[in-house]
Write a protein that binds this ligand. Structure first.
Ligand code: SF4
Ligand code: SF4
Length: 308
């Protein structure tokens, strides 16, 4: 006989659907002891480059009950961001996740609304919403919540959807039935490893961020080292290569959220980017994630990918 579905979980799933999430899953809040050695090794290898914040709050990063005292569950949500329209083919490239309004704000708004509605059903709960904003191992939680597997490119992949989605978590004191992890479906494919222009995927599922174009064009404060000059493949903010080549991303469908649609800049060609002024930048990208890099960094990266 099939077990009866938990009514709160059923409500959570219908609220997630109502608010446009692709999927939701639940894992028990506990220390991720099984991740400790690999995280420490990744840091010891200096794969985090100059992202010193990755070294901070290691215990909290591994254990959500230290981040949110009293936490019982980690609720994981996926939100599609695959764009309807892509850039002018000759333009310097921006990663698709940054086309629209800053996802931190958009997804947080949705999750706060969702949790407020959930509380109407379950009463007062306490918890915190995280969208890539605190030491939370989102991908590992998404795996434990049964939402997908970590691909060789180190990103979360979901069968039938691919990887062009945001991951957000709510760490809370609700006790809910947990989901089971799913099987890895990378198989013998190595398309992402073969396509990475900077050889940043150093082993299956492990990226040396200090070599990754995403880090070089966003997180790295200093200029991009000259030896990467021939490997940038036109990217000035992030990089989608290891997602674009992934066979699971053939299933990507355009996102429905209007706040994730790009502005007029999506039609800019190489010349428009070259002539970009601070004023245009601020006008076009006022609410966009691309402002994380800032005008100077974008100009620097645009100059870097142009032939001498
Ligand atoms: S994002 Fe680009 S540079 Fe980074 S691992 Fe993927 S293909 Fe390589
Ligand atoms: S490209 Fe292939 S190996 Fe890489 S994440 Fe996708 S399925 Fe896995």
């Amino acid at each position: 006989m099939l077990a009866a579905k938990d009514p709160i979980k059923t409500t959570l799933q219908s609220l997630a659907e109502k608010h446009g999430f692709l999927a939701v899953g639940v894992a028990k809040a506990r220390k991720l002891s099984e991740e400790e050695d690999s995280l420490k090794q990744w840091l010891a290898n200096d794969f985090h480059g100059s992202m010193a914040y990755m070294e901070n709050h290691l215990e909290k990063r591994l254990d959500p009950t230290l981040l949110v005292p009293g936490a019982k569950s980690v609720l994981c949500f996926l939100y599609n961001y695959y764009p309807e329209k892509t850039q002018h083919p000759a333009a310097p490239k921006v990663a698709k996740y940054a086309y629209g309004e800053d996802y931190h704000r958009v997804i947080k708004d949705k999750l706060h609304n969702l949790m407020a509605e959930l509380q109407q059903h379950v009463g007062q709960t306490s918890g915190r919403v995280f969208v890539d904003s605190a030491p939370v191992m989102e991908r590992q939680w998404a795996v434990l919540s049964g939402l997908g597997w970590i691909g060789k490119n180190s990103l979360l992949l979901r069968k039938g959807f691919g990887s062009f989605f945001f991951i957000a978590t709510v760490i809370c004191d609700l006790e809910l039935p947990v989901d089971s992890p799913v099987t890895d479906h990378c198989g013998s494919c190595t398309a992402c490893i073969d396509a990475c222009p900077t050889d940043a995927i150093v082993q299956d599922g492990v990226v040396d961020a200090s070599r990754c174009i995403s880090y070089l064009t966003i997180e790295r404060k200093e200029p991009i080292p000259g030896h990467f000059k021939d490997n940038m493949e036109g990217w000035i903010f992030g990089c989608d290569i290891c997602q674009d080549v992934c066979p699971w991303n053939r299933f990507s469908e355009p996102a429905q959220e209007p706040r994730f649609q790009a502005g007029e800049w999506i039609d800019w060609d190489a010349e428009d980017w070259k002539n970009l002024t601070q004023q245009d930048f601020e006008a076009q990208f006022a609410k966009a994630a691309i402002t994380r890099a800032g005008f100077e960094k974008i100009k620097q990266s645009t100059g870097f990918i142009q032939p001498d």
